[in-house]
Design a protein. Structure first.
Length: 312
């Protein structure tokens, strides 16, 4: 486990990222309005919000993370390459996501951006899924894992706060697990993510004053993917691999059901619909707030199960 002498430094990290998110988000809301980076309720079948809403949440998240990562580099220089690699990969998916929010990217180009980010994580951060520790298995599996995480959070981001809050819950679970394992990189990334999502959720929870947008949901997904891959880096450890899936069970279940549903309907898996798990709950009479809280609760249960397994 991390040294007790350094624990105060670690707990500064979520405080700093929380503060950065709380202070920067109102300014970013104004910037989004000024430059018309807003999500307009143009399609009543896919959009459930009533008014144009800023969709520049990724900038608030990325800024908050960067402030904390600078702090990390001051007292943890040995992780400089990994932190800079995560920063670079996050910037890549943010820029591709921002372009998608403004101009709408073709799915193929979106995948290219995510592949570039995945390659940065693999070859600069040197993090891979090592369930079977041979490169021709670990590298493709890592790419799949990272892309699944990015797209899962993006698909989950369909009602106010659910993607941000689910990421918050997952990052809390990862924080506790990485502390138990003594994985310093995992601890630091999950703590930065924890603080940033708590701060941003203040503005993103229903009624949302700002949306994540693709630029934010893919950044959150990338970082959760990095954490999941870091947890699965132990060679031949099926337990660690399963725990990483448990922590991300809510977005993975939603994405799996969406892909199966669209294939059965003979539609492209990139085709949007309002038949996600959270849509089903709302059709049953749950409000947006209740649906999000429902997802957070079950996310906590899956995270608790993962923590029990890691301590077994």
């Amino acid at each position: 486990m991390p040294s007790p002498d350094t624990l105060p430094n670690y707990f500064l990290i979520p405080i700093v990222s929380f503060g950065a998110a709380v202070l920067s988000t109102p300014f970013i809301i104004k910037v989004a309005h000024k430059y018309s980076i807003v999500d307009k309720p143009s399609d009543p079948l896919l959009k459930i919000h009533k008014h144009p809403t800023p969709a520049l949440g990724g900038l608030a998240i990325l800024f908050s993370l960067c402030v904390s990562w600078v702090l990390i580099l001051f007292f943890q220089e040995d992780l400089r390459q990994e932190v800079l690699g995560v920063f670079l990969a996050s910037c890549i998916v943010f820029l591709f996501g921002l372009y998608d929010d403004i101009k709408e990217l073709k799915p193929a180009l979106r995948i290219v951006g995510q592949l570039i980010a995945a390659m940065i994580v693999i070859f600069i951060c040197k993090i891979t899924v090592n369930l079977i520790p041979v490169w021709y298995v670990s590298i493709p599996l890592t790419v799949i894992y990272l892309m699944l995480a990015m797209n899962s959070i993006n698909l989950l981001d369909g009602i106010d706060g659910i993607a941000t809050g689910t990421t918050l819950v997952a990052s809390l679970g990862f924080t506790l697990i990485f502390f138990f394992l003594g994985n310093l990189l995992g601890v630091l990334i999950s703590l930065t993510l924890l603080g940033a999502t708590i701060g941003f959720l203040i503005y993103n929870f229903n009624p949302a004053r700002i949306f994540l947008g693709d630029n934010g949901s893919t950044v959150l997904g990338l970082l959760l993917g990095v954490l999941a891959v870091s947890l699965s880096s132990e060679p031949f450890s099926l337990k660690h691999f399963v725990i990483s899936i448990l922590i991300l069970a809510i977005p993975f279940l939603d994405t799996s059901s969406a892909v199966i549903r669209r294939l059965l309907r003979h539609r492209s898996i990139f085709y949007g619909d309002r038949d996600h798990l959270y849509d089903w709950l709302m059709k049953k009479g749950f409000s947006q707030r209740q649906t999000s809280l429902f997802a957070f609760f079950f996310g906590l249960l899956f995270a608790a199960l993962g923590i029990l397994l890691i301590s077994d």
